[in-house]
Design a protein around this ligand. Structure first.
Ligand code: G3H
Ligand code: ZN
Length: 276
């Protein structure tokens, strides 16, 4: 089967827009170190897919934003497929600006202060990057986030924030170890009718693979995955240690291979294979 690929000259935002237009999603995987970042890029290369390599502010607290940016830029420069370097879940404007200055292709800010969102969108656009705003919060565990069903509210948010891509709540939750979430496809279809902007799904580890594939066809163009890949990585490291591995290259290598395999499964399910 032949599939339409985005032109190599596309900007980072253009690559995500091409996914929405083409009815597939870019997998956006979180990395925390060398091996997890390599797993993501290797999976994308194996599937000939564009991919989003993301580091969160939490990961930066552990590994250092400057060091993670250097790692991401280096992997991106040598990859045989488009790799978008994304700064995920920035908790304040200053760290998001720092990420843009370090060369991230896109940033996501938590929060809804209109003036802050607009300033960050402008800063992102000035550096040729894209801005992801959180229209609705995808919560952890108990649902408490507010949903907005007034079309005028959505239009005003998009205009006011200047965002390029939009995180919405259609029923997933962060940090879930089982895939029990039921996506609200009617709501997704309504949102996708109201805006042509690529939609973003957070908390995708909580969602079965076939539902993610359906969401990708309906307008979700960036699908964030961390927990499920972390579990795959850690299980393989644990098995390697239980098997007597002593050298970090052995057990971290086992984790990297397992995470790469899991990432490739997601990329293929979301329709990203052979789009690079
Ligand atoms: O921003 C990161 C993702 O939303 C992670 O979601 O915990 O379901 O893997 P997850
Ligand atoms: Zn998230």
């Amino acid at each position: 089967m032949t599939v339409a690929s985005p032109s190599p000259a596309l900007s980072a935002a253009g690559i995500i827009r091409a996914a929405r237009a083409g009815g597939y999603a870019l997998a956006a995987f979180n990395a925390v170190n060398l091996e997890t970042a390599q797993a993501i890029v290797r999976a994308a290369e194996a599937a000939h897919a564009p991919v989003i390599l993301q580091f969160s502010q939490n990961a930066a607290r552990h590994g250092g934003l400057t060091q993670l940016a250097a790692l991401g830029l280096s992997l991106k420069a040598q990859a045989s497929v488009p790799v978008l370097l994304h700064f995920d879940h920035a908790e304040d404007e200053a760290v998001a600006l720092e990420a843009l200055n370090l060369g991230f292709d896109g940033v996501m800010l938590e929060g809804d202060d209109p003036a802050t969102l607009r300033r960050l969108a402008n800063a992102a656009h000035d550096s040729g990057s894209y801005f992801e705003a959180e229209y609705e919060v995808v919560v952890k565990g108990e649902r408490s986030g507010e949903r907005h069903d007034d079309p005028a509210h959505l239009a005003a948010f998009i205009r006011g924030s200047g965002c390029d891509i939009l995180a919405v709540d259609i029923g997933s939750a962060h940090k879930q170890e089982s895939k029990n979430a039921h996506l609200d496809f009617e709501r997704l279809e309504r949102l996708a009718e109201l805006t042509t902007l690529p939609l973003v799904l957070h908390g995708a580890s909580s969602v079965p693979l076939d539902a993610l594939a359906r969401a990708a066809r309906l307008g979700v163009a960036k699908i964030n995955l961390a927990t499920d890949l972390t579990l795959a990585f850690t299980a393989a490291v644990r098995a390697a240690l239980d098997g007597g591995a002593k050298d970090a290259r052995q057990y971290l290598g086992a984790g990297r291979d397992a995470m790469q395999a899991r990432a490739e499964t997601y990329i293929r399910a979301l329709g990203g294979a052979d789009r690079a």
